[in-house]
Design a protein around this ligand. Structure first.
Ligand code: AHR
Length: 503
């Protein structure tokens, strides 16, 4: 099978916002407890944070982490997580039917972010609470001192404000599963009022209103239109979420979900333009895709806890998807889509980061390791920074439930002018055919191949575990050639590849 691509230096989509490689950590399952925080662990630092996890996160160069939820935030009192640890209350977490010790709160999370070298994106509770909680939390985090909440922060050990710029106005408020779920008008009005109050404190905040929890919601895409009509001038981003599932064990349909993702982004980009035109506004609103990942492997085993059959356990194993090789392809496809839609998607978060639907897994008292999906996320985050190229792609394709034509070859290209490197991320969706791909490099001076990585496996269901951590891992690719401005690569069936060319 043959595919051809033209990559012209002058045909670009957009600068990629580094923040499309963000991540998410929620007080859910073992994400915080046993994930990042485990004071008894042999690698724990003075703050009780696992050193092995810190190392794995640092390697990813995560630009920011969204916190503390997720569904959790919709009934969270952030004040429960401040002050002396032994005086913090244990609360019931209604979202996940668990108990929350509050041993980790904003101070501990902020310190952990500083250690791994990442910024914070914080969410305020617009489920059970509202404007008041949001303005107080903001003052606690960002005011230098001399007011009730900022002085309390100082008393609790943090002199300088954290100056958090990125804030989510609630989470998935369209979802009936959410504590304090609202209809689009109720939520839109509350989000606008909260945004107004937050902006009275600091005009430069970047605010994110809730869009749909997924594009199958009955309220989609009217939800976005209505929420945007209420909030347009007061926000900077509308948030979208999507999880990829392969219950039917149909790989062709599964790998076509990135086409559905692309359409979802396209629809909301059009909705933003519609509301902007209706309001005769020049204000710009972008998309914050602040939850995305594969999530389905663990659904069955989680049912007992979520249905309340195990009481209110603290930090039980929940949403612990063990990712396989097939998921590497899906995660690579999602990341390629964000690169190609970097004109409208300025923020995105892989959900989540540790243990809970995450690229990193830990065992209590034991090792931490990279799941299969760690690698495509790693390559995109490290090498996918720069300008997205508008590639011209010709590839045979197939019909799936999500699109009439899903190309077998999926490719994204990034030109980093500062380093003089062009990086291509390629996925072959075909089960048996190798795709010989020719990429014509136009407008670039003659180059050399710097690095070529391949991920492939004879078993789509192969996984990494504590005892077999490298079963699915990248290896050096062979046979890529660059002659007279044409890059030639052979893509084996079901493979993920990254090629970096110095130009
Ligand atoms: O990431 C897991 C959950 O998925 C989040 O809590 C929620 O926002 C979404 O439904």
């Amino acid at each position: 099978m043959q595919a051809s691509v033209i990559a012209n230096k002058d045909y670009t989509i957009s600068e990629i916002d580094d923040r499309v490689y963000g991540a998410f950590l929620e007080h859910l399952g073992r994400a915080i407890y046993e994930g990042i925080y485990e004071p008894e662990h042999p690698t724990a630092d003075a703050n009780g944070m696992r050193g092995d996890v810190i190392e794995l996160v640092k390697r990813l160069n995560v630009p920011f982490v969204r916190y503390p939820g997720g569904n959790f935030v919709s009934a969270y009192n952030w004040e429960d997580g401040i002050g002396p640890r032994d005086q913090r209350p244990v609360r019931l977490d209604l979202a996940w039917h668990t108990s929350e010790s509050n041993a980790v709160g904003i101070h501990e999370f902020a310190d952990w972010c500083a250690t791994v070298g990442t910024d914070m994106m914080l969410a305020v509770n617009l489920g059970s609470r509202g404007v008041d909680e949001a303005r107080n939390f903001l003052e606690y985090c960002n005011h230098p001192g001399g007011s009730y909440w900022s002085d309390l922060r100082i008393k609790n050990g943090r002199k300088d404000p954290w100056n958090v710029k990125l804030w989510c106005l609630g989470n998935e408020m369209d979802g009936p599963w959410q504590v304090g779920h609202k209809d689009a008008h109720e939520y839109g009005k509350l989000a606008a009022n909260t945004a107004r109050a937050m902006r009275m404190f600091d005009k430069s905040l970047e605010l994110v209103a809730c869009g749909s929890s997924n594009s199958d919601m009955v309220t989609y895409p009217d939800w976005e239109r209505i929420v945007l009509e209420h909030t347009f001038e007061h926000i900077d981003h509308i948030s979208l979420h999507m999880y990829f599932r392969n219950y039917e064990k149909n790989t062709a349909n599964y790998l076509a979900l990135s086409e559905k993702l692309d359409r979802y982004i396209d629809t909301i980009a059009a909705t933003i333009r519609y509301v902007q035109s209706k309001k005769k506004s020049r204000h710009k609103v972008f998309i914050s895709f602040d939850e995305w990942n594969v999530w389905y492997h663990s659904n069955q085993q989680d049912r007992a806890i979520r249905d309340g059959h195990q009481g209110w356990p603290h930090a039980p194993a929940l949403l612990e998807d063990i990712y396989n090789f097939e998921d590497v392809l899906m995660v690579g496809l999602a990341l390629n889509t964000f690169i190609r839609r970097s004109d409208v998607v300025k923020i995105a978060c892989i959900a989540q980061l540790v243990n809970v639907i995450a690229p990193i897994m830990t065992e209590r008292g034991g090792p931490a390791w990279a799941q299969t999906i760690y690698y495509p996320y790693y390559y995109a985050s490290i090498h996918g920074r720069g300008t997205a190229l508008q590639l011209q792609v010709k590839s045979p394709g197939y019909e799936s439930v999500h699109a009439d034509h899903t190309p077998y070859l999926d490719i994204a290209g990034v030109h980093n002018e500062a380093t003089g490197i062009v990086t291509f991320f390629l996925i072959n969706r075909h089960s048996v055919e190798t795709i010989r791909t020719e990429v014509a490099l136009q407008g670039f001076t003659q180059g050399t191949i710097l690095e070529h990585k391949v991920m492939t496996h004879s078993n789509l269901e192969a996984v990494n575990t504590a005892t077999s951590q490298q079963e699915v891992a990248p290896r050096d690719g062979k046979g890529a050639a660059l002659t007279e401005g044409t890059l030639t690569i052979e893509l084996p069936p079901y493979s993920y590849q990254m090629v970096r060319v110095k130009v």
